[in-house]
Write a new protein. Structure first.
Length: 172
């Protein structure tokens, strides 16, 4: 049976879901408190994998058979790659491209149109700030340029959606 450490509250919150969806047999060992280093080290000494928000040298010293460090998100900046045990892979989550891109475009529309301001105004019984009278008409995304820092899966998905709105895209 494989053993995986769920380290930190975020990882541990997924315990029931993991038990439900795992197709092979895994023993899930939870360490919700990121300050419980002794408990973590004890569990890591027997673990095949860890799911964590970060990785460092102190954690690496406690391993003997670790094969996988699973990040909880797309970014792996908080993982010391020089501290990876031999033969161990660091994997990130790759499913965020579409939902993050949709959120980004939604936020851009909300800000350019002023949804939050107008929602507040309408709930207070005012309709004046909509551009129908003396209010400022809202901005449009069409014709604007969006700058993307990074052009990985998230950046590419934002780019697709921005172009659908008639925006120009600059990415680095």
């Amino acid at each position: 049976m494989h053993k995986v450490v769920l380290f930190g509250a975020t990882a541990c919150a997924n315990e029931k879901r993991l038990k439900r969806i795992l197709k092979t047999r895994w023993q899930l060992m939870t360490v919700p408190d990121e300050g419980a280093i002794e408990q973590l080290e004890q569990n890591l000494s027997h673990a095949d994998a860890i799911i964590s928000l970060f990785w460092n040298r102190q954690m690496a010293k406690a391993t003997s058979n670790l094969k996988l460090i699973q990040a909880l998100g797309a970014g792996v900046d908080g993982y010391d790659k020089t501290a990876l045990p031999p033969g161990c892979s660091l994997c990130n989550v790759y499913e965020h491209g579409v939902p993050v891109a949709e959120y980004v475009i939604g936020a851009m529309v909300a800000l350019s149109v002023g949804f939050i301001f107008h929602d507040h105004q309408l709930r207070e019984g005012y309709w004046d700030g909509t551009g129908r009278r003396d209010g400022q008409p809202h901005q449009e995304l069409a014709g604007k340029t969006v700058g993307l820092i990074g052009y990985g899966s998230i950046g590419r998905e934002v780019s697709k959606r921005a172009r659908a709105f008639g925006m120009k895209v600059q990415a680095i």
